[in-house]
Design a protein around this ligand. Structure first.
Ligand SMILES: [Zn+2]
Length: 387
């Protein structure tokens, strides 16, 4: 098999991305510092910076004097260079955001539909809302549209299976591409969460990030050196279905004792109903409020759930060895208590405990994490391919 040779344009794109990454992580930053961090030569950095300037992606943000010699000009991102559309679809509806390169929201729409709505109805409503938001910006500044869905997505954008939505083999990417010309991405919701935290959120400098979406199910997204880990079939990091207790409760997937069967919002709610001895569904708001007031039933329900969360996340830390874990999804609303308990246990129990530590953080964006991340899928392509 021939050894692939890097195209000149590919090298150029990679250099531009490397410069963008350093500016995003460390900006405002000088050309000298960019060369230090990337390992590129000063002249390569100068060429890449020049190209990014010509695309309006970078701007100068003053200068500093560091030692003898001329002052060094500092570079930052131009947040107004382009706009992204990002949406997340879940069982209750969709969130749609139009935002700039610093994740500032220009406008947003929410779609609500009932459980009987067909995939076509949902996608049609989303496409219509997206067209309306897109009209607010010039064609030149529209960089693309990403949609997150809680399920397994093929690289073409076809939803292979989204159990909570009850979608199977839905050609979402193809449909949306016809409705909205331009770059379009369909991505798993937890993968989108990882992208959002890496590009805009609480894991900007992470080299190996694990994002966990803790909701009615549990999803995982992994970013390694700025690349998303998706697996051969787009079905990677389905962490919710690793088995924690094979005598445990049945999972939606048919097996027993999966991580999400014992540690998800659904598991917490069922425990809350049991410890309170009620038959009616207990909402998350109610459980959080009772937990904050130290009511024993809520405390017991959370502690039992937390036990399994700690166990599952420690397993994942042993498998992936990340530097950062970000917790998102509805359960992250237990906030600092949940974060600290998980960080403590993971660092105490993982195999290389004591040698290094893993930072556990909460999501920066609450219910909007996946929508920001889906939109950010368009970012790399837009920056490197625009003339
Ligand atoms: Zn399962």
């Amino acid at each position: 098999m021939p050894i692939p040779v890097a195209r000149h344009s590919l090298m150029r794109e990679m250099n531009e991305m490397a410069v963008m990454t350093v500016v995003r992580q460390h900006g405002p930053v000088s050309r000298r510092r960019i060369a230090e961090v990337t390992g590129l030569t000063k002249s390569t950095v100068t060429v890449a910076v020049q190209r990014l300037f010509s695309k309006d992606v970078l701007m100068e943000l003053g200068s500093v004097t560091a030692g003898p010699g001329r002052p060094e000009r500092l570079l930052g991102l131009n947040p107004d260079a382009g706009y992204l559309l990002g949406a997340s679809i879940d069982v209750a509806g969709f969130q749609l955001l139009l935002f700039d390169l610093e994740a500032r929201v220009l406008d947003q729409k929410r779609g609500v539909f009932d459980a009987k709505a067909s995939p076509n109805e949902v996608l049609e409503a989303l496409a219509q809302a997206a067209r309306l938001l897109r009209q607010q910006i010039s064609a030149r500044k529209y960089w693309g549209f990403g949609v997150s869905i809680p399920g397994i997505i093929a690289p073409s954008g076809t939803v292979i299976h989204a159990p909570n939505l009850k979608w199977k083999e839905v050609e979402a990417g193809e449909y949306l591409r016809r409705q909205l010309p331009g770059p379009l991405y369909v991505v798993n919701d937890a993968a989108a969460g990882a992208i959002a935290e890496y590009y805009f959120g609480n894991a900007l400098t992470s080299e190996f990030l694990l994002y966990l979406s803790l909701g009615m199910g549990i999803g995982g997204g992994v970013m390694m050196g700025g690349n998303l880990l998706v697996g051969i079939h787009g079905a990677g990091t389905e962490v919710g279905h690793m088995v924690i207790d094979d005598n445990g409760p049945y999972c939606r997937c048919g097996r027993q004792g999966c991580f999400e069967a014992v540690a998800s919002l659904r598991a917490l709610t069922e425990r809350a109903m049991r410890t309170r001895d009620v038959r009616d569904w207990v909402g998350l708001d109610h459980i959080i409020e009772a937990f904050n007031q130290d009511e024993p039933w809520a405390r017991q329900a959370l502690e039992e759930t937390l036990h399994y969360l700690q166990q599952g996340i420690t397993n994942l830390a042993n498998i992936f060895d990340p530097d950062t874990i970000v917790l998102g999804g509805p359960l992250s609303r237990f906030g600092e208590y949940l974060r600290a308990q998980i960080e403590r246990r993971v660092n105490q129990d993982m195999m290389i405990a004591g040698h290094r530590s893993i930072a556990v953080r909460l999501t920066r964006f609450n219910e909007f994490t996946s929508a920001f991340g889906a939109g950010a899928m368009a970012l790399n392509t837009a920056v490197t391919t625009r003339a």
